[in-house]
Design a protein around this ligand. Structure first.
Ligand code: GRG
Length: 317
């Protein structure tokens, strides 16, 4: 059963959605809705399943739920009918793909991190084999959910196929996995800004862009609006990574829920490393301004997307 969301926008749709309080309320409300639905998907009577426990452990450990919220916000911006009812399962699937990538990224063979979302990483809490399997299982569950639309019609089936295609491509060797491979290969080697941007557009950007595209598919966005939303997503995806790099230098580990200074330790190429801190922040701000410009043809239903763009550069975690 899908819970009915009291959308903060229904109260404020007559005026601009421009205060941080509105955004905070919007994010909290959707975070709760997404968390409840994810737990519904991971609800099983099989309490002995170690892999299920590990899946629940990582996905319930916290997390901002930015990608699923972007999918819901893009659906709203494109006037999709009943976003919570129709888009929420796909939004949860996106969070599952994201959590899988974090579990695998933390493994000893990759970044070898001990802390994520303020808790021991999956391979520390369980063991490496369980962490690999929990990640694999979250990825496959995402596609099981995406391929099981409720009340399928010819139109919804065709959209679901499109959504599956978009997400598979963004997560795969032409998207996030390719970016991760490039990142690993570049460790200890200096790369230029253009290469760094291309790498992060895949590693972090591809899934963020696909979340926005998925929402817009539910809103049957026309090509012009789809292009504008892609452009918005590319800019905020990159800004997200620039801020992530900045927080890895100057963030509070307590607030971040993970260690800082790790990029430098591993010889990673980062935006502050290449440009300096002040330049990197100015670059992120510039990206967000460009993202906001891309939304000019949208009405105030796109205000949450506008708020999220600002939130991405102001965030502390
Ligand atoms: C292992 C296939 C594979 C891919 C890993 C996304 C990724 C690729 C690795 C994550 C490592 C990392 C620190 C990337 C930088 C940006 C990023 C994705 C940060 C984590 O996302 P948040 O801040 O995390 O949205 P929460 O916990 O809030 O969900």
């Amino acid at each position: 059963m899908i819970r009915c969301l009291k959308n903060p926008l229904t109260r404020t749709s007559h005026k601009a959605f421009d205060t941080m309080m509105d955004l905070k309320h919007y994010l909290q409300t959707y975070q709760e809705t997404i968390n409840n639905k994810i737990l519904e998907f991971l609800n099983s009577d099989d309490h002995s399943s170690r892999v299920l426990q590990a899946m629940r452990y990582s996905i319930s450990a916290g997390g901002k739920r930015i990608r699923p919220i972007l999918a819901l916000a893009a659906a709203e911006a494109t006037h999709a009918p009943a976003p919570v009812l129709n888009v929420l399962p796909a939004a949860c699937a996106i969070e599952m793909i994201h959590t899988y990538s974090l579990i695998h990224d933390d493994l000893p063979a990759m970044d070898d991190d001990a802390l994520r979302r303020g808790k021991p990483t999956s391979h520390i809490q369980y063991d490496e084999a369980t962490a690999i399997l929990a990640g694999d299982a979250l990825l496959t569950l995402a596609f099981e959910i995406l391929s099981s639309p409720a009340n399928p019609t010819r139109e919804s089936l065709s959209r679901h196929l499109n959504v599956i295609h978009v997400l598979a491509r963004a997560a795969g060797y032409q998207g996030m996995i390719q970016g991760q491979m490039q990142d690993i290969r570049a460790e200890g080697n200096k790369i230029d800004l253009e290469t760094l941007i291309a790498m992060h557009s895949l590693k972090t950007g591809a899934l963020i862009e696909s979340a926005v595209v998925v929402g817009a598919l539910f809103g049957s966005a026309n090509p012009k609006k789809m292009q504008a939303l892609r452009s918005y997503a590319r800019q905020i995806g990159l800004a997200f990574q620039v801020i992530d790099d900045i927080l890895n230098v100057s963030g509070d580990p307590e607030e971040l829920g993970k260690a800082v200074g790790t990029d430098l330790d591993r010889g990673k190429n980062t935006f502050p490393g290449l440009m300096g801190m002040a330049e990197a922040r100015a670059y992120a701000e510039n990206l967000v301004q460009t993202a906001l410009k891309a939304l000019e043809l949208f009405d105030n239903k796109a205000d949450p997307l506008r708020g999220i763009a600002r939130y991405i550069i102001d965030r502390k975690n």
